[in-house]
Ligand binder design. Structure first.
Ligand code: NAD
Length: 357
């Protein structure tokens, strides 16, 4: 009898259910191939939770996810819930869930697949071979800082970081760099913000425990520019919540489609694994969403949370094979497509690649 893993499933809104269903198909194929069992338990979040319970983050979800080994999540949000008060909107449910789970480190790889090098809006020689890991602090900074207030004539938020919060995210970044190219670029705005001044000091301190890792610092405005100018200069980038939110979306476009990139939110007992994109209400229900980002998130879950490295690799190889065989969902159909496939077809192709490998 192989191992049994408990995986929480949060499908969410928009394309969430479609893409998560495909990731489950792929996980099932991986489980039978590698001899482990996955038990799934589903939870509500975001708009789906509002419709059912009146609030975006029901207490059953908070309690339930903590019983899991890991959680796989689709996306939340949509115009239907946009006019609700801020604390009742889907997005506040997700922010609250991340806070409750204590997943303070968001790992967002930006990888350019060889087969899709033409999908990028940037030139091939700029993007080919890009492999960046953006490590974003996820539970602090301006999204959570107090005081905050909205007024019709004046509104404000507060960007706050404690020494401990900076230290623990810096450690995550250096640990990852040790398994990669041993280079960390810390991104801040230390020329203007006091909170960044502390950020820089603490990152420098942590670096002293990682003498093999080369540390550089970059202001966030320059980092945005450098990501477009010469992305290959980066290995691991570590930054705060709002800077990381923006930079990782910019980095995602190096690969050509937001539908390709996974993410992991870790640092606590139970990690949250999700695509970096949103619920894409414009294409929801049409069966044309790209499930690859969510499937690749499941691979990260196997690697970082369940220690199933071989199974994680097999998913990533199966994705590459689907792409090199010319299968494309609509968002990437312009790039050397041999056949344009639906969301569920792409999921089945990847699952079959695993079973056949
Ligand atoms: P989005 O990421 O949902 O969509 C941006 C564009 O990318 C759209 O044109 C969409 O069709 C396309 N796209 C996204 N994922 C795709 C996929 N897998 N396959 C093919 N195309 C894809 O961002 P948005 O439009 O700014 O936001 C829509 C909703 O999602 C909003 O309610 C927003 O708050 C929410 N949102 C949720 C999350 C999350 O759940 N983590 C993240 C970002 C945005």
């Amino acid at each position: 009898m192989g191992k049994i893993y408990k995986i929480g499933i949060i499908k969410g809104d928009g394309i969430g259910p479609e893409i998560v269903d495909e990731a489950i198909n792929v996980l099932d194929a991986t489980a039978s191939k590698f001899g482990f069992e996955i038990q799934y338990e589903e939870f509500l979040l975001g708009g789906a939770a509002i419709d059912e319970t009146g609030i975006p983050l029901p207490p059953e979800t908070i309690a339930g996810v903590k019983r899991q080994d890991a959680v796989l999540f689709g996306a939340i949000g949509g115009p239907k819930w946009d006019n609700l008060e801020r604390h009742l909107r889907p997005e506040s449910g997700l922010l609250g869930l991340r806070k409750e789970m204590g997943t303070f480190a968001n790992l967002r790889p930006a990888i350019v697949y060889d087969e899709l090098v033409n999908a990028s809006t940037l030139k091939e020689n700029v993007v080919s071979g890009v492999d960046i890991m953006v490590v974003r602090e996820l539970t602090g900074g301006i999204y959570f800082g107090e005081p905050r207030e909205y007024g019709q004539d004046k509104a404000y938020n507060t960007m706050v970081y404690t020494r401990d919060e900076i230290k623990r995210i810096a450690k995550v970044a250096f640990d990852i760099a040790m398994k990669r190219d041993k280079r960390v670029c810390s991104v801040d705005k230390a020329n203007v913000l006091e909170v960044s001044q502390l950020w820089r000091e603490v990152v420098e301190e942590v670096a002293q425990d990682y003498t093999e890792v080369e540390l550089t610092h970059m202001y966030v405005d320059n980092a945005a520019m450098q990501l477009i100018r010469n992305p290959k200069q980066f290995d691991v980038m570590v930054t705060g919540n709002i800077f990381g939110d923006i930079l990782s979306d910019a980095a995602s476009m190096l690969s050509g489609s937001i539908g390709l990139l996974p993410s992991a939110s870790t640092g606590s007992k139970v990690g949250l694994y999700e695509p970096i994109h949103g619920s894409a209400p414009d294409i929801a229900g049409q069966g044309i969403a790209n499930p690859i980002a969510t499937i690749a998130s499941a691979a990260m879950m196997l690697r970082y949370e369940l220690n199933e490295e071989e199974a994680a690799n097999s998913i990533e190889d199966a994705i590459k094979k689907a792409l090199s065989d010319g299968y494309r969902t609509g968002d990437i159909s312009a790039f050397d497509a041999k056949e344009i496939v639906s969301c569920s077809e792409m999921g089945s192709i990847i699952a079959n690649n695993i079973s056949k490998s």
